[in-house]
Ligand binder design. Structure first.
Ligand SMILES: [Zn+2]
Length: 162
């Protein structure tokens, strides 16, 4: 039992990878990430190979990992409610809510609207390679049963196809 990193509920925790970071969340929040460890089961890396699918997309800038936080911070700085921001951007309030809770990634168009209206930058230089390395270390650190070799195996399997 523990506290879900996403919704704060006290629950059995799943270890998931979201945006390159390992966090512990409840069952219902686990669907937003790649589950690497379920409660009470030491079986890991069920879907870890999906981590590497995006490797080809390494070009230029990418959505900042903390985009939700940046949006929320900038909105609050302007003294706007989610509803107000939604109106200003001609979006639904639910869209803003989901953006700020990290459940939704903005489309390119929405991203540009947010950046312009809030006068913020929601992108950062692509650090995917670094991120993956960091994830490997993180996993190894947290779970001694999982080695870099295991991850590379999962990766190789992915590349060879099913
Ligand atoms: Zn949760």
């Amino acid at each position: 039992m523990g506290i879900c990193d996403m919704c704060g509920r006290d629950s059995e925790l799943y270890k998931v990878i979201v945006e390159g970071s390992v966090i512990e969340v409840c069952e219902s929040c686990s669907k937003y990430g790649t589950v690497i460890e379920a409660p009470k089961k030491k079986e890991v890396i069920r879907k870890i190979d999906s981590l590497y699918i995006d490797e080809e997309d390494n070009k230029g800038e990418t959505l900042a990992e903390d985009f939700s936080f940046r949006i929320k911070k900038a909105r609050e700085k302007k003294g706007l409610t989610q509803e107000r921001l939604a109106l200003a951007l001609a979006e639904k309030e639910g869209t803003i809510h989901r953006l700020e809770s990290g459940q939704l990634k903005p489309s390119d168009v929405l991203l540009r609207k947010l950046e312009q209206f809030l006068q913020i930058n929601l992108k950062e230089e692509n650090k995917d390679k670094k991120k993956i390395n960091k994830t490997k270390e993180d996993i190894n650190f947290r779970d001694k049963g999982l080695t870099i070799g295991d991850i590379l195996d999962a990766k190789n399997k992915k590349q060879e196809g099913p």
